[in-house]
Design a protein around this ligand. Structure first.
Ligand code: MSP
Length: 482
């Protein structure tokens, strides 16, 4: 029996439509989940939506809706996105689910030995849902006229003894029992720990913010949205008594973006340590996407709904671009022009062509009969390693080596000349080798481009080739640039 595998994404706030950043994270996590399943691991892949807090409450008010109705509506948009992108999530948690709310209360109580009441005087950044201590605040954003001005808070709330866990977290990171990828992000957290973590506020007075989960035993306070949202990773497994929790925690990989590293690399591990639970094995931190070189923003109006891209190029082309052309360990850019080029050159000309040529030749020279396919021949350890390290771009580079290698093989062997020479046995051997390579490529592509992989398998998995109604990636007609 293979070991269990648990993978999570962060849960996006419901304050606007899903965007390319969310899509990137879903697609990356999906590769890990599909790869684990392909390797026979019982897998839980969880995602969901983060629905409480000031940011969501403000967005709901701006839409003149109650927070709950607003969340019900937007949460569906995220579910649609998962479907659109072929994301194989097993769980979708909403932090307004009764089960989450109930278990969040249990967790708060279990943390109570590390919780105390105190006065908070400082700033609050609604955009990041973050308490900003006085010394760390950006002076520009203290000005009320700033478009993203902080709120000034002077209130009594609950604090969590984050400082107490500083050294334990550091030790776990240094020993790699809690692995943070990539190295740059690991270093970032280590330097934060070197400075020393301070205790943090973990509640808001209910008269300041109503939209949250009540603090157990204190009707005047609601839980700080981050504290409660982080809990989703275990409430979804029915912590504490659920069998999924017992069988699947700790998570194998938690996938998050670089802006929420501190929450996942410091606060979440401290909460887990306070609960006496093991830390996730790996925290993978992806970068940020820009659109045509610019930060995505509502005011610039450069937000592209993932739907627009999928409608133009198809689902697997979307996944391909985001996994190979957005650097897995760094920031990346989306541009229509780069997408067009990747689609035509790599998907249509390289992969699509290798399949098409093989199909056409088997039809033409062998009356569609494939013959005996030899076993796969490549050593794919580097690809497995790349996936393990969440280097999706690297894994696809390696797979593409095989695609290019196959096209080169066809160009060099020239099966059409073997056909002319009527060397049937040799021709059969060459074409069957091509099929073997394509089946191997399909297997490797399964976690990345699941539809394409199963289409390729469908073409070659019987005695005769079964061509698709259209070629795999029909070439786009791109107008020449003036
Ligand atoms: N609600 C919190 C997460 C709570 S997890 C317990 C949150 N939500 S978010 O909607 O702001 O972000 C969700 C994810 O999308 C984060 O991992 C974030 O880094 C990612 N991205 C948001 N904008 C992004 C880009 N422009 N590019 C890539 N990912 C980005 O944070």
């Amino acid at each position: 029996m293979k070991t269990n595998y648990y993978i999570t994404t962060s849960i996006p706030y419901l304050n606007g439509q899903p965007h390319l950043g969310h899509a990137l994270e879903f697609v990356m996590a999906d590769v890990l989940a599909r790869s684990a399943r392909q390797n026979g691991h019982p897998t839980i892949f969880s995602t969901g939506t983060d629905e409480h807090g000031a940011k969501v409450a403000q967005a709901a008010a701006a839409s003149k809706m109650t927070p709950q109705a607003y969340c019900d509506h937007l949460s569906l948009e995220f579910k649609h996105l998962l479907k659109l992108l072929g994301i194989s999530a097993d769980r979708f948690i909403r932090t307004t689910d009764a089960n989450h709310e109930k278990r969040a209360g249990l967790i708060w109580k279990a943390l109570s030995k590390d919780i105390y009441k105190d006065q908070y005087t400082g700033w609050y950044d609604v955009k990041q849902e973050e308490f900003i201590p006085i010394g760390k605040a950006d002076p520009e954003r203290m000005k009320p006229e700033h478009p993203q001005a902080y709120q000034r808070l002077e209130e009594e709330n609950y604090f969590f003894r984050l400082s107490k866990y500083n050294d334990q977290i550091k030790k776990a990171i240094l020993s790699n029992s809690f692995q943070i990828l990539p190295q740059t992000r690991r270093n970032e957290i280590l330097s934060l720990l070197e400075e020393g973590l301070e205790d943090i506020s973990i509640s808001r007075p209910k008269d300041q913010l109503e939209w949250g989960i009540a603090v157990p035993g204190d009707t005047t306070q609601v839980m700080y949205v981050w504290l409660e949202a982080l809990m989703n990773y275990i409430t979804v497994l029915n912590y504490p008594e659920g069998s999924d929790f017992k069988d699947f925690w700790p998570a194998n990989v938690q996938v998050v973006g670089k802006d929420i590293l501190r929450f996942h690399g410091a606060i979440w591990p401290a909460m887990l340590l306070a609960l006496g639970l093991p830390l996730p094995k790996t925290l993978f931190v992806h970068g940020f996407i820009t659109v045509e070189g610019q930060t995505m923003s509502k005011s610039v109006g450069n937000g592209i709904h993932p739907k627009e891209i999928v409608n133009k190029y198809g689902l697997d082309a979307f996944r391909y671009y985001f996994l190979r052309h957005i650097p897995s360990y760094d920031d990346g850019d989306f541009s229509w022009q780069t997408f067009d080029a990747a689609y035509n050159n790599e998907l249509a000309n390289e992969l699509g062509n290798a399949v098409q040529r093989t199909v056409v030749m088997i039809e033409k020279y062998q009356d569609s009969v494939i013959g005996t396919i030899p076993p796969a021949t490549h050593d794919n350890a580097a690809i497995a390693k790349a996936i393990e390290l969440c280097k999706f771009d690297r894994a696809l580079d390696e797979i593409w080596q095989q695609v290019r290698g196959l096209n080169q093989y066809i160009d060099e062997e020239k099966p059409w000349e073997i056909a002319k020479a009527k060397d049937k046995d040799h021709l059969q051997e060459v074409l069957a080798y091509q099929v073997s390579c394509l089946m191997e490529i399909a297997d490797l592509l399964t976690p990345f481009l699941p539809e394409t992989a199963s289409k390729i398998q469908g073409i070659f998995n019987s005695e005769k080739v079964k061509p698709l109604p259209t070629t795999l990636f029909p070439k786009l007609d791109i107008p020449e640039k003036q």
